[in-house]
Design a protein around this ligand. Structure first.
Ligand SMILES: Cc1cc2nc3c(=O)[nH]c(=O)nc-3n(C[C@H](O)[C@H](O)[C@H](O)COP(=O)(O)O)c2cc1C
Length: 246
């Protein structure tokens, strides 16, 4: 696969199959992360792989906020990886102080990205998690005092598709409907039906923005051949064409 194909294919995965991930695949992701550039080649990170079920569910719980509905999917990830920020080398610290930057965040961002791209190459899904109770995670993993844990990565085989069919003419109600289904099922995408003359494209933006779910197919008629894979670029272009929908 070309690099551009890999970059195009990678998406945050928020729905995982309940399957263990082989150690060798995780190790290749770690190797890709290790090869990432870092300031002064300091590699100021440590990746802690959490796949013990009990510990993993405790770490997952630290990322979930039930009231705000944030990160619930993390509890279904078969592997969680915590990234511990290690102290920078003295000259990197001095350089950072002179320039007013903590270079370690850049380094970790790049290493995590290489980890996620290798995961994609392995047929695995990943999602970077920045919203979690860091103190809890540090305590659970026995991270030494003074070390930060800036990110977690959820990793696993993506679940088979669970698609919800929405009626594009219903507007905001569709979004409420999808939200309710999403609480009960690990949805992986949306099929928008009735995207014909009566529906404006706006609902597509609303669904993506509010639910964070990709639109997989769009239906413009009642026959199977009117169901087409959704192509965002072509759709956006069609909005400005003379025969724009709606
Ligand atoms: C530093 C960082 C922190 C993130 N934290 C979270 C998070 O806590 N929960 C989540 O669901 N997604 C999180 N994401 C994923 C982003 O929402 C996602 O990458 C973005 O919406 C783009 O979507 P894509 O990854 O599918 O291309 C995070 C991404 C980054 C880079």
């Amino acid at each position: 696969m070309s690099f551009l194909d890999l970059a195009l294919r990678r998406r945050s995965t928020r729905s995982f199959a309940a399957e263990l991930v082989e150690r060798e695949r995780i190790e290749r992701c770690l190797e890709a992360a290790r090869l990432a550039p870092s300031v002064g080649n300091g590699q100021p990170w440590r990746f802690v792989v959490v796949d013990d079920p009990k510990l993993r569910s405790a770490v997952a719980a630290a990322a979930i906020n039930e009231i705000l509905g944030i990160n619930r999917f993390v509890s279904r990830a078969p592997v969680l990886v915590a990234v511990v920020m290690e102290p920078a080398r003295a000259y990197v610290r001095i350089g950072g102080a002179l320039k007013g930057k903590d270079y370690r965040s850049f380094d970790i961002g790049m290493a995590v990205m290489q980890f996620c791209l290798q995961a994609e190459e392995e047929g695995l899904g990943s999602c970077i998690i920045g919203w979690f109770d860091e103190r809890k995670v540090r305590r659970l993993l026995g991270v030494p005092r003074g070390r930060r844990v800036p990110l977690l990565v959820a990793l696993g085989r993506p679940a088979d598709e669970v698609l919800l069919v929405l009626d594009a003419t219903v507007g905001q109600n569709s979004v409420n409907q999808a939200r309710a289904f999403g609480e009960a099922l690990p949805l992986t995408g949306i099929v928008l039906a009735k995207m014909d003359g009566t529906a404006r494209g706006g609902v597509i933006v609303t669904v993506k923005d509010e639910l964070g779910l990709p639109i997989k197919f769009v239906g413009t008629g009642e026959k199977p051949d009117r169901l087409a894979p959704f192509d965002a670029q072509r759709f956006a272009a069609s909005l400005f064409a003379d025969d724009a929908p709606g």
